[in-house]
Write a protein of this length. Structure first.
Length: 367
């Protein structure tokens, strides 16, 4: 009985093993044949596309990583201009292409509001190729000053010359030297830019002056501290002007109480300024600069009369040019000007193309 059972069991096991082997062979044949079917081709294509996408993704990530590594390692660092420069450094600044319509508007305004409607000097105003130097850094913004005054001049005459000097000078600088991407403001040098760095501040005159004759420029109605017919102006500082004034006639008022805002200062030594760099920037960088306008007004008042003047700098002195007076007199003069560029706070050094700012041929490149 046992032997019989063993034989039957042996046969059964052998049959089972043979059956499994046959099934595996058949499965292998089936799988092999399926690899050539549409299903396997599609699956293979999908895998290849996935692998290609993974390779491209890895390549892109590597490129990003390489750029980040450049900044982290210092090979191509982001460096703000305001964090690097010092007073007197050279910076490459290029104005936008000159807008011919804006230039014609400037010339038209000079013709109408300067007091010199027939001025060939004003008609010839144009842009010069100027170099630029760091004046200071204010609130994270670098301010540039032209290395020298312009060669173009602006002629001012009489009451209208006094009324409109600030806006005409500032508009000339903005029209000729603006860069909308890099600069937030372009204007002419103002008296506050100079006094800020002087060793001794000018003494304030608190005397009230009552001139005998009372002819006056109309902007005086807006100037802080000046009293016309009992009303004291409170709108404009001496370096401010919002709108043009076209004063076509001379006129007197019944009451004129004036505050003296004029002072004269020789600046022929380096002790005048807190830093010798400002003496070199404003006055003398190896030789005296040509005289140039400062876009600020001033009143030189006396017991019997008053002069209404526009600030200027020349021959190592800060003074003013009398354009009109309380007696009805008028005068004129023409000078160059000095643009000031206030750069945006996000302006960066173009490190790949930049010098160290030590000279004009080593100027900081910016972007």
């Amino acid at each position: 009985m046992k032997n019989k059972f063993k034989r039957k069991s042996g046969i059964t096991l052998v049959s089972l093993v043979l059956t499994i082997i046959i099934l595996l062979i058949l499965a292998g044949i089936t799988i092999s044949s399926l690899t050539n079917t549409v299903i396997f081709r599609k699956a293979k294509e999908a895998k290849e596309k996935t692998q290609a996408a993974e390779i491209n993704q890895a390549k892109t990530l590597n490129e990003y990583e390489d750029e980040l590594n450049k900044y982290v390692s210092g090979k191509n660092p982001i460096q703000k201009l305001a964090d690097k420069v010092k007073v007197g450094d050279y910076v490459t600044y290029t104005p936008d292409a000159l807008d011919s319509n804006a230039l014609e508007t400037l010339k038209a305004n000079l013709n109408t509001y300067s007091g010199k409607s027939d001025s060939t000097i004003n008609a010839a105003i144009d842009r010069q190729d100027l170099k630029w130097i760091v004046l200071d850094v204010q609130n994270g913004q670098v301010r540039l000053i032209s290395e020298t005054p312009t060669t173009s001049k602006i002629e001012l005459y009489g009451y209208n010359g006094y009324n409109n000097a600030v806006k005409l000078l500032d508009d000339a600088c903005s029209t000729l030297y603006t860069n909308k991407k890099l600069a937030s403001r372009v204007q002419n040098l103002k008296i506050e830019d100079i006094t800020k760095y002087m060793t001794t501040q000018p003494r304030e005159d608190t005397t009230k002056y009552l001139p005998i004759n009372k002819y006056y420029p109309e902007i005086l109605l807006q100037e802080k501290g000046q009293t016309v017919n009992g009303t004291t102006g409170n709108e404009l500082d001496l370096s401010e002007q919002m709108e043009f004034i076209n004063q076509t006639t001379k006129s007197q008022v019944t009451s004129l109480i004036l505050k003296n805002t004029y002072w004269f200062q020789e600046m022929n030594n380096t002790n005048t300024f807190k830093d010798i760099k400002y003496y070199e920037l404003f006055m003398n960088n190896g030789s005296n600069y040509s005289s140039y306008w400062i876009s600020s007004r001033c009143v030189s008042a006396y017991s019997e009369y008053a002069n209404f003047s526009v600030r200027c700098l020349g021959n190592e002195c800060v003074g003013g040019i009398n354009l009109c007076n309380s007696n009805g007199g008028e005068g004129f003069d023409s000078y160059t000007f000095r643009p000031i560029i206030t750069l945006n706070s996000n302006v960066q050094i173009d490190t790949a193309n930049s010098g160290n700012g030590s000279a004009s041929d080593q100027a900081y490149a910016i972007k």
